[in-house]
Design a protein around this ligand. Structure first.
Ligand SMILES: [Zn+2]
Length: 290
Protein backbone atom coordinates (compact mmCIF):
# COMPACT_ATOMS: atom_id res chain seq x y z
CA UNK A 1 0.00 0.00 0.00
CA UNK A 2 2.82 2.43 0.81
CA UNK A 3 4.33 1.94 -2.67
CA UNK A 4 1.06 3.11 -4.20
CA UNK A 5 0.83 5.99 -1.75
CA UNK A 6 4.29 7.22 -2.72
CA UNK A 7 3.76 6.82 -6.49
CA UNK A 8 0.45 8.54 -7.35
CA UNK A 9 1.43 8.70 -11.07
CA UNK A 10 1.16 4.92 -11.17
CA UNK A 11 -1.38 4.45 -8.41
CA UNK A 12 -4.23 6.53 -9.85
CA UNK A 13 -4.25 4.97 -13.36
CA UNK A 14 -4.02 1.52 -11.74
CA UNK A 15 -6.93 2.36 -9.45
CA UNK A 16 -8.94 3.65 -12.41
CA UNK A 17 -8.34 0.42 -14.35
CA UNK A 18 -9.25 -1.59 -11.24
CA UNK A 19 -12.44 0.48 -10.91
CA UNK A 20 -13.41 -0.31 -14.53
CA UNK A 21 -12.92 -4.04 -13.98
CA UNK A 22 -14.91 -3.82 -10.75
CA UNK A 23 -17.67 -1.93 -12.61
CA UNK A 24 -17.81 -4.77 -15.13
CA UNK A 25 -18.13 -7.24 -12.24
CA UNK A 26 -20.89 -5.12 -10.66
CA UNK A 27 -22.86 -5.25 -13.92
CA UNK A 28 -22.68 -9.05 -13.64
CA UNK A 29 -23.96 -8.85 -10.05
CA UNK A 30 -26.77 -6.46 -11.02
CA UNK A 31 -28.00 -8.69 -13.86
CA UNK A 32 -27.46 -12.12 -12.29
CA UNK A 33 -28.27 -11.73 -8.59
CA UNK A 34 -32.00 -10.90 -9.10
CA UNK A 35 -32.32 -13.84 -11.53
CA UNK A 36 -30.70 -16.17 -8.97
CA UNK A 37 -33.02 -14.89 -6.22
CA UNK A 38 -36.08 -15.47 -8.45
CA UNK A 39 -34.89 -18.95 -9.30
CA UNK A 40 -34.27 -19.86 -5.63
CA UNK A 41 -37.75 -18.59 -4.71
CA UNK A 42 -39.26 -20.72 -7.50
CA UNK A 43 -37.34 -23.78 -6.27
CA UNK A 44 -38.69 -23.18 -2.77
CA UNK A 45 -42.23 -22.86 -4.14
CA UNK A 46 -41.88 -26.10 -6.16
CA UNK A 47 -40.57 -27.91 -3.08
CA UNK A 48 -43.46 -26.58 -1.02
CA UNK A 49 -45.94 -27.84 -3.64
CA UNK A 50 -44.18 -31.22 -3.78
CA UNK A 51 -43.11 -30.52 -7.37
CA UNK A 52 -39.36 -30.63 -6.84
CA UNK A 53 -38.94 -32.52 -10.13
CA UNK A 54 -40.12 -29.56 -12.25
CA UNK A 55 -37.41 -28.77 -14.79
CA UNK A 56 -36.14 -25.25 -14.07
CA UNK A 57 -32.48 -24.82 -15.03
CA UNK A 58 -30.53 -22.46 -12.76
CA UNK A 59 -29.49 -19.09 -14.22
CA UNK A 60 -25.69 -18.47 -14.27
CA UNK A 61 -24.04 -18.17 -10.87
CA UNK A 62 -22.98 -14.63 -9.95
CA UNK A 63 -19.36 -15.55 -9.27
CA UNK A 64 -18.62 -18.65 -11.35
CA UNK A 65 -20.95 -18.33 -14.38
CA UNK A 66 -19.27 -17.56 -17.75
CA UNK A 67 -19.82 -14.06 -19.17
CA UNK A 68 -22.48 -14.01 -21.87
CA UNK A 69 -24.55 -11.63 -23.97
CA UNK A 70 -27.67 -10.54 -22.03
CA UNK A 71 -29.77 -10.95 -25.21
CA UNK A 72 -28.64 -14.09 -27.09
CA UNK A 73 -26.73 -15.76 -24.20
CA UNK A 74 -23.66 -16.32 -26.42
CA UNK A 75 -20.55 -16.85 -24.28
CA UNK A 76 -18.18 -13.90 -24.53
CA UNK A 77 -14.44 -14.14 -25.20
CA UNK A 78 -11.99 -12.18 -23.06
CA UNK A 79 -11.62 -9.46 -25.70
CA UNK A 80 -15.39 -8.92 -25.66
CA UNK A 81 -15.30 -8.21 -21.94
CA UNK A 82 -12.79 -5.36 -21.67
CA UNK A 83 -14.59 -2.56 -19.80
CA UNK A 84 -15.57 0.41 -22.04
CA UNK A 85 -13.16 -0.69 -24.82
CA UNK A 86 -15.23 -3.66 -26.00
CA UNK A 87 -18.41 -1.60 -25.86
CA UNK A 88 -16.82 1.20 -27.89
CA UNK A 89 -15.26 -1.17 -30.48
CA UNK A 90 -18.49 -3.09 -31.06
CA UNK A 91 -20.56 0.09 -31.29
CA UNK A 92 -22.60 -0.97 -28.25
CA UNK A 93 -23.86 -4.10 -30.03
CA UNK A 94 -23.34 -7.79 -29.39
CA UNK A 95 -20.91 -9.31 -31.93
CA UNK A 96 -22.96 -12.50 -32.03
CA UNK A 97 -26.57 -11.35 -32.37
CA UNK A 98 -26.11 -7.64 -33.21
CA UNK A 99 -28.57 -6.52 -30.55
CA UNK A 100 -27.77 -3.43 -28.47
CA UNK A 101 -26.05 -4.33 -25.21
CA UNK A 102 -27.52 -1.46 -23.22
CA UNK A 103 -26.00 1.77 -22.04
CA UNK A 104 -26.10 0.56 -18.42
CA UNK A 105 -22.91 -1.45 -18.84
CA UNK A 106 -20.46 1.32 -19.90
CA UNK A 107 -22.18 3.84 -17.60
CA UNK A 108 -21.88 1.50 -14.61
CA UNK A 109 -18.22 0.87 -15.46
CA UNK A 110 -17.56 4.62 -15.63
CA UNK A 111 -19.48 5.33 -12.42
CA UNK A 112 -17.64 2.58 -10.55
CA UNK A 113 -14.31 3.91 -11.83
CA UNK A 114 -15.12 7.43 -10.63
CA UNK A 115 -16.28 6.22 -7.19
CA UNK A 116 -13.26 3.91 -6.81
CA UNK A 117 -10.75 6.65 -7.68
CA UNK A 118 -12.64 9.11 -5.46
CA UNK A 119 -12.42 6.64 -2.54
CA UNK A 120 -8.61 6.57 -2.57
CA UNK A 121 -8.38 10.30 -3.33
CA UNK A 122 -10.49 10.94 -0.23
CA UNK A 123 -9.10 8.27 2.12
CA UNK A 124 -5.67 7.40 0.69
CA UNK A 125 -4.07 4.18 -0.52
CA UNK A 126 -4.61 2.07 2.57
CA UNK A 127 -7.28 0.17 4.45
CA UNK A 128 -9.49 3.27 4.71
CA UNK A 129 -9.39 3.77 0.94
CA UNK A 130 -10.15 0.10 0.37
CA UNK A 131 -12.99 0.19 2.91
CA UNK A 132 -14.47 3.22 1.15
CA UNK A 133 -14.30 1.33 -2.18
CA UNK A 134 -16.22 -1.60 -0.70
CA UNK A 135 -18.84 0.76 0.69
CA UNK A 136 -19.36 2.46 -2.71
CA UNK A 137 -19.44 -0.85 -4.65
CA UNK A 138 -22.08 -2.43 -2.42
CA UNK A 139 -24.24 0.71 -2.46
CA UNK A 140 -23.96 1.02 -6.25
CA UNK A 141 -24.98 -2.60 -6.90
CA UNK A 142 -27.82 -2.49 -4.34
CA UNK A 143 -29.17 0.80 -5.77
CA UNK A 144 -29.20 -0.46 -9.35
CA UNK A 145 -30.98 -3.68 -8.41
CA UNK A 146 -33.52 -1.64 -6.43
CA UNK A 147 -34.11 0.67 -9.43
CA UNK A 148 -34.52 -2.25 -11.85
CA UNK A 149 -36.38 -4.75 -9.64
CA UNK A 150 -37.64 -2.89 -6.55
CA UNK A 151 -35.53 -5.24 -4.45
CA UNK A 152 -32.62 -4.83 -2.02
CA UNK A 153 -31.00 -8.28 -1.76
CA UNK A 154 -29.89 -9.53 1.67
CA UNK A 155 -26.78 -10.79 -0.11
CA UNK A 156 -25.71 -7.15 -0.48
CA UNK A 157 -27.18 -5.31 2.52
CA UNK A 158 -26.17 -7.85 5.20
CA UNK A 159 -22.49 -8.27 4.18
CA UNK A 160 -22.22 -4.47 3.91
CA UNK A 161 -23.47 -4.19 7.49
CA UNK A 162 -21.09 -6.93 8.75
CA UNK A 163 -18.15 -5.32 6.93
CA UNK A 164 -18.90 -1.97 8.57
CA UNK A 165 -19.11 -3.58 12.01
CA UNK A 166 -15.88 -5.55 11.52
CA UNK A 167 -14.08 -2.41 10.28
CA UNK A 168 -15.25 -0.56 13.39
CA UNK A 169 -13.56 -3.12 15.68
CA UNK A 170 -10.30 -1.64 14.37
CA UNK A 171 -11.62 1.96 14.42
CA UNK A 172 -11.25 2.16 10.64
CA UNK A 173 -13.79 4.97 10.20
CA UNK A 174 -15.48 5.06 13.59
CA UNK A 175 -15.47 3.21 16.89
CA UNK A 176 -17.36 -0.03 17.46
CA UNK A 177 -20.01 1.48 19.74
CA UNK A 178 -21.43 4.11 17.32
CA UNK A 179 -21.18 1.57 14.48
CA UNK A 180 -23.11 -1.12 16.35
CA UNK A 181 -25.71 1.37 17.59
CA UNK A 182 -25.90 2.76 14.04
CA UNK A 183 -26.71 -0.68 12.64
CA UNK A 184 -29.28 -1.55 15.32
CA UNK A 185 -30.73 1.97 15.38
CA UNK A 186 -31.02 2.12 11.58
CA UNK A 187 -33.07 -1.06 11.49
CA UNK A 188 -35.25 -0.14 14.48
CA UNK A 189 -36.03 3.42 13.31
CA UNK A 190 -37.20 2.24 9.88
CA UNK A 191 -39.04 -0.74 11.36
CA UNK A 192 -40.93 1.74 13.57
CA UNK A 193 -41.50 4.32 10.79
CA UNK A 194 -42.53 1.56 8.36
CA UNK A 195 -45.00 0.13 10.87
CA UNK A 196 -46.45 3.56 11.62
CA UNK A 197 -46.79 4.30 7.90
CA UNK A 198 -48.60 1.01 7.38
CA UNK A 199 -51.02 1.82 10.21
CA UNK A 200 -51.78 5.28 8.80
CA UNK A 201 -51.81 4.61 5.06
CA UNK A 202 -52.82 0.96 4.98
CA UNK A 203 -49.84 0.06 2.80
CA UNK A 204 -46.14 -0.05 3.41
CA UNK A 205 -43.94 2.72 2.04
CA UNK A 206 -40.70 1.15 3.25
CA UNK A 207 -39.61 -2.42 2.64
CA UNK A 208 -37.59 -4.67 4.89
CA UNK A 209 -34.72 -4.21 2.44
CA UNK A 210 -34.75 -0.50 3.31
CA UNK A 211 -34.48 -1.33 7.05
CA UNK A 212 -31.43 -3.49 6.36
CA UNK A 213 -29.87 -0.93 4.04
CA UNK A 214 -30.18 1.81 6.68
CA UNK A 215 -28.70 -0.64 9.23
CA UNK A 216 -25.76 -1.25 6.87
CA UNK A 217 -25.22 2.48 6.31
CA UNK A 218 -25.49 3.06 10.06
CA UNK A 219 -22.63 0.61 10.62
CA UNK A 220 -20.43 2.77 8.39
CA UNK A 221 -21.42 6.32 9.42
CA UNK A 222 -22.49 5.74 13.04
CA UNK A 223 -25.63 6.21 15.09
CA UNK A 224 -25.21 10.01 15.19
CA UNK A 225 -25.60 10.23 11.40
CA UNK A 226 -28.82 8.19 11.11
CA UNK A 227 -31.13 11.20 11.26
CA UNK A 228 -28.98 13.22 8.80
CA UNK A 229 -29.02 10.21 6.41
CA UNK A 230 -32.81 9.88 6.70
CA UNK A 231 -33.29 13.62 6.26
CA UNK A 232 -30.94 13.87 3.26
CA UNK A 233 -32.44 10.80 1.57
CA UNK A 234 -35.96 12.18 2.02
CA UNK A 235 -34.96 15.53 0.49
CA UNK A 236 -33.20 13.76 -2.40
CA UNK A 237 -36.23 11.50 -2.85
CA UNK A 238 -38.63 14.44 -2.96
CA UNK A 239 -36.47 16.38 -5.43
CA UNK A 240 -35.49 13.55 -7.77
CA UNK A 241 -38.76 11.65 -7.35
CA UNK A 242 -40.69 14.85 -8.06
CA UNK A 243 -38.64 15.45 -11.19
CA UNK A 244 -39.17 11.87 -12.42
CA UNK A 245 -42.89 12.08 -11.73
CA UNK A 246 -43.09 15.41 -13.57
CA UNK A 247 -41.25 13.96 -16.57
CA UNK A 248 -42.77 10.51 -16.75
CA UNK A 249 -46.14 11.21 -15.16
CA UNK A 250 -45.96 8.25 -12.81
CA UNK A 251 -48.89 7.83 -10.48
CA UNK A 252 -48.41 7.96 -6.72
CA UNK A 253 -49.51 4.33 -6.54
CA UNK A 254 -46.25 3.33 -8.22
CA UNK A 255 -43.67 4.78 -5.83
CA UNK A 256 -39.98 5.03 -6.59
CA UNK A 257 -37.70 2.66 -4.68
CA UNK A 258 -36.22 4.42 -1.65
CA UNK A 259 -32.97 2.42 -1.57
CA UNK A 260 -31.03 4.53 -4.11
CA UNK A 261 -31.81 7.73 -2.16
CA UNK A 262 -30.69 6.13 1.10
CA UNK A 263 -27.53 4.91 -0.61
CA UNK A 264 -26.81 8.33 -2.13
CA UNK A 265 -27.38 10.12 1.18
CA UNK A 266 -25.25 7.56 3.04
CA UNK A 267 -22.47 7.89 0.49
CA UNK A 268 -22.52 11.71 0.63
CA UNK A 269 -22.39 11.77 4.43
CA UNK A 270 -19.69 9.05 4.50
CA UNK A 271 -17.51 10.96 2.02
CA UNK A 272 -18.03 14.39 3.64
CA UNK A 273 -17.35 12.76 7.01
CA UNK A 274 -19.56 12.51 10.12
CA UNK A 275 -17.25 14.92 12.01
CA UNK A 276 -17.73 17.61 9.35
CA UNK A 277 -21.51 17.08 9.35
CA UNK A 278 -21.49 17.43 13.16
CA UNK A 279 -19.69 20.77 12.82
CA UNK A 280 -22.22 22.00 10.25
CA UNK A 281 -25.13 20.93 12.46
CA UNK A 282 -23.54 22.60 15.49
CA UNK A 283 -23.00 25.83 13.51
CA UNK A 284 -26.56 25.71 12.22
CA UNK A 285 -27.88 25.24 15.76
CA UNK A 286 -25.87 28.14 17.16
CA UNK A 287 -26.80 30.44 14.23
CA UNK A 288 -30.45 29.64 14.94
CA UNK A 289 -29.85 30.95 18.47
CA UNK A 290 -29.95 27.56 20.20
ZN1 LIG B 1 -25.89 -11.42 -28.31
Amino acid sequence: MSFLGENPDIAYPLTAAFGLVMGSFLSTVVTRLPARIDWRNRRRAYAFLNQSDVYDPPPPDVLTGRAHCPQCKATLAWHERIPLVSYALSGGKCRHCGQPIGLMYPLLELLTMVLTVFSVWRFGFGWQGFGAMLFTWYLTAASLIDIRHGLLPDKLTLPLMWLGLVASTDNLFLAAKPALLGAVGGYVIFWFVGGLFKQLRGKSGLGRGDYKLLAAIGAWVGVGMLLPVIFASSVLGLLIGGAVWALKGRSAADPLPFGPFLALAGLLIFMIGPEQIQIWLWNLRSSLGG
